[in-house]
Write a protein that binds this ligand. Structure first.
Ligand code: PGA
Length: 247
């Protein structure tokens, strides 16, 4: 499968950044064997959609309802209308700061897939769990809880160990590869043979300097990039490493 590299800008950026990023991006060589997705903050989806031709558009979250009196929420249908083809669901920041549960994540993922978009379901253990050697158990529980009633079409799983997000501390390629293997087995058990084709991407302090070694791992199909995705050149280097890892 081709690599998949997704930029998660979180609550960063501005119209100025989008202009600068797209200007720099257009000067960089085109990429092959890799799908590139930009997930800006929701108010900038239109601007990003207008500024780029060769990247897909994604959102960082969506409502767990189809429509109605839910002030401040954004439905999957609205995201679809704005051109989104991906939605990140259950990022650890949403789980930790906004108390999102596995059950809510599963509802959102099912809505995203029903609308024909790709759901990027995030899972990952805390440092406490890893230090206690419970990472596999925790991630499997989170994954199965987050996939209840979720079909496998258009599903992407992002493994993001919480202790590696924004900390500069990346999981070693061996740690990431091993967990992706655990996730792959779980997906195959849950969905049957088709589980083998679901992309599993890694996130947590991915940078141009560590991207190549991560993408050399058999079980790593791409990455979800936070901080390093705010700079066109850094993000291009990561996407380019993913493309080389697929060649
Ligand atoms: P980071 O964030 O690359 O800044 O660690 C990744 C993420 O939270 O998706």
């Amino acid at each position: 499968m081709a690599g998949l590299v997704i930029a998660n800008w979180k609550m960063h950026g501005s119209l100025g950044l989008i202009e600068e990023f797209s200007r720099e991006w257009q000067l960089l060589p085109p990429l092959s064997e890799v799908s590139v997705v930009l997930c800006p903050p929701a108010p900038y989806l239109g601007a990003v959609s207008n500024a780029f031709e060769d990247v897909a558009l994604g959102a960082q979250n969506c409502a767990d309802q189809v429509e109605g009196a839910f002030t401040g929420e954004i439905s999957v249908q609205m995201l679809s209308e704005l051109g989104c083809s991906y939605v990140i669901i259950g990022h650890s920041e949403r789980r930790a700061l906004y108390s999102e549960t596995d059950a809510q994540v599963a509802v959102k993922a099912a809505l995203v897939i029903a609308q024909g978009l790709h759901a990027v379901v995030c899972v990952g253990e805390t440092l406490e769990h890893r230090d206690a050697g419970q990472q596999d158990k925790i991630v499997i529980e989170q994954l199965l809880g987050s996939l209840a009633q979720v079909p496998c079409e258009n599903l992407v799983v992002a493994y993001e160990p919480v202790w590696a997000i924004g900390t500069g501390r990346t999981a070693t390629p061996a740690q990431a590869d091993a967990m992706h293997g655990v996730i792959r087995s779980c997906l195959c058990e849950h969905f049957g043979e088709v589980g083998a084709g679901i992309p599993i991407i890694y996130g947590g302090s991915v940078k141009p300097e560590n991207a190549s070694v991560l993408f050399e791992c058999d079980n790593i199909d791409g990455s979800l990039v936070g901080g390093a995705s705010l700079n066109a050149n850094s993000f291009w280097q990561i996407a380019s490493a993913a493309s080389a890892g697929r060649a």
